[in-house]
Design a protein around this ligand. Structure first.
Ligand code: HPA
Ligand code: ZN
Length: 336
């Protein structure tokens, strides 16, 4: 490990954009398939990895949803979540906000309760044993109806204490933020924080970003790289201090590159940009590796790396006292 890689590894970190279902590694796919008596279309872990030739968001999503077929029982969701939290803890991630996609499971006949109980139990165990703190963000699948999203929101209400906010993911084409305006207004009224994916280089990326800030009033933007296409838009996002959760290695799979240059520009403009992993089980890079890739590509300094970590802790959906505690641990690390 080079000294800058060691610096990245040891730095106290915060992850704000990781899909729990996207942390499903091929090895675990086999283990869960065996445990649940499910036949997989692949014979080996290498065969599975070789099939991960995504070229765009829809081709990734096909593999991502079909991979979930091995997740059936509460203990499956527990094992999936705990494996990610162990990995995150080993990279010095102190705090993470975790996306989950309940509709990808309830639409297969698995109850909301099964999904969230398994995840929650892993969060509690990991916090007690490893000390890593996490919160959940429930995502709606934007290629399904607004009615299904609203029904899912209502189904989540008994578990409100376990969910910090709501997000919007899946295929963005022809599925604008405005389609879910009523769902997100209700989520806000219920006390949830709001974020939405604005994936990179979509058909109406800039329009969707404006809808997110003007009509939905999101608290954060996932990806959002195309905000740089419109100077008024990027200035407004900066003025509001809205965080952007950029996922470089994921971007390299579904667009033509890591968008590391966009991260440089966002840092230079004082935008609250953060680096995250998205679907590390599929893209092969957890948070630490994403930072290493960007550092190598554009030569981030230690000060830049610290700024990225600070941005993430500042953007966390936590009380200010908790954020201050993490920020002072980051300061102590970089001062040493
Ligand atoms: N974009 C949209 N939907 C997703 C993603 C993403 O990056 N990851 C998992 N579902
Ligand atoms: Zn994502």
């Amino acid at each position: 490990m080079t000294s800058i890689e060691q610096f990245i590894h040891d730095m106290p970190k915060c992850e704000l954009h990781v899909h729990l279902e996207g942390t499903l590694e091929p090895e675990m796919k086999f283990d869960l398939a065996a445990r649940n008596n499910i036949a997989l279309a692949y014979r080996t872990v290498e065969d599975i990895r070789a099939s991960y030739g995504f070229t765009d968001l829809p081709s990734f999503l096909d593999v991502y949803y079909s991979g979930m077929s091995v997740l059936l029982k509460e203990e499956d969701f527990y094992d999936l979540t705990y494996a990610y939290l162990k990995r995150a803890n080993s990279e010095n991630i102190l705090y993470a906000e975790l996306f989950f996609d309940p509709q990808a499971h309830t639409s297969r006949g698995i109850s909301f309760d099964t999904v969230i109980r398994g995840i929650r139990r892993a969060q509690e165990t990991a916090e007690n044993i490893l000390g890593i703190r996490t919160q959940l963000i429930m995502c709606f699948l934007r290629d399904l109806s607004a009615g299904f999203a609203m029904a899912t929101l209502l189904e989540s209400l008994p578990y409100k204490g376990w969910i910090a906010g709501v997000g919007l993911d899946s295929d963005e084409k022809d599925n604008p933020p405005l389609k879910f305006q009523a769902v997100f207004a209700r989520a806000r009224a219920e006390g949830y924080k709001l974020t939405m994916h604005c994936d990179v280089n979509q058909q109406d990326s800039v329009k969707h970003l404006w809808q997110c800030i003007d009509e939905i009033a999101v608290d954060r933007i996932d990806h959002g790289v195309n905000s740089l296409d419109d100077p008024k838009l990027s200035a407004e996002i900066g003025r509001r201090g809205l965080a952007l959760t950029v996922c470089p290695v994921s971007n390299a799979f579904v667009t033509e590159g890591t968008q590391a240059g966009a991260i440089r520009r966002m840092l230079d403009q004082g935008m609250r940009v953060t680096v995250n992993s998205d679907d590390p089980g599929y893209f092969g890079a957890y948070l630490e590796e994403n930072l290493v890739v960007v550092q190598k590509e554009i030569g981030l300094s230690r000060e830049d790396l610290k700024q990225l970590s600070r941005n993430a802790f500042e953007a966390a959906w936590l009380p200010q006292t908790a954020k201050d505690d993490y920020l002072s641990r980051l300061d102590a690390y970089t001062a040493a």
